[in-house]
Design a protein around this ligand. Structure first.
Ligand SMILES: [Fe+2]
Ligand SMILES: [Fe+2]
Length: 231
């Protein structure tokens, strides 16, 4: 199937719902975005036909989804920057305060439960603080440079290192919450919290993938840009 030859970053950013499916399979498309789906599935010992069929079904499904199936490699940089600011930066800023509130409530009310995600509110506060600082640097320094056609290696490397830190925070979040699986008998706040965390994690992983594999790469040189030294 053709989809097996596509890269993880392409699949995660163009098929609505694919990022959640890949996350559930423990396939890290943020770090291994250039790896093909076939290679990733072979590495995990998963059935390629089954996963490809699931993704093909998602691709065919009529989605009322706010992650449009756009090949960002072919779109103007300004359009991608606008999409990242509106769909991800603004959304993270909306999501995190409510999640911190809910986590603190669940930790307070269910502190005697064996499944209580103790320390989750503090982790989310740290994530919120780190993300805010990171997004401000992108908004004030890096994105304006990229919009002007400048690709500064230093600031891009710093942002990519911070993306790795965000992914480490996601790993801690998953281990604190048993991969966001709602325990039997959980109250509505607990359910709402874990549902919101799944959305946050999916959003953050797609956000990082769009930046690492589509925005933080210089446009391919065309023959008219060539200086001639390679010929
Ligand atoms: Fe960003
Ligand atoms: Fe970023």
């Amino acid at each position: 199937m053709e989809i097996l030859n596509r890269s993880l970053s392409d699949i995660a950013t163009t098929i609505p719902g694919a990022s959640a499916l890949l996350r559930q399979l423990d396939i890290n498309f943020c770090n291994q975005g250039m790896v093909s789906l076939q290679q990733a599935l072979e590495h995990k010992g998963l059935d390629p036909e089954e996963v490809a069929a699931g993704l093909a079904e998602l691709e065919m499904t009529e989605h009322h989804h706010d992650d449009p199936a756009i090949d960002w490699g072919k779109e103007p940089r300004m359009k991608l920057i606008g999409h990242i600011l509106e769909r991800y930066h603004a959304r993270h800023r909306e999501q995190l305060p409510e999640l911190i509130f809910l986590a603190a409530k669940v930790e307070r009310v269910h502190s005697d439960s064996a499944n209580c995600p103790s320390g989750l509110a503090d982790l989310l506060r740290d994530m919120s603080h780190e993300l805010e600082s990171h997004m401000m640097k992108e908004e004030q320094i890096l994105f304006p440079m990229l919009a002007g056609g400048i690709y500064p290696n230093g600031p891009i490397n710093v942002m990519q290192d911070e993306h790795l830190e965000h992914l480490e925070a996601i790993n801690r979040l998953c281990s604190l919450t048993n991969n966001m699986k709602v325990p039997a008998g959980a109250c509505n706040s607990w359910r709402s919290l874990y549902l919101g965390l799944q959305t946050l994690v999916d959003d953050l992983m797609r956000h990082i993938t769009l930046e690492n594999y589509f925005l933080f790469v210089p446009p391919k040189a065309t023959s008219s840009d060539c200086c001639g030294s390679c010929q």
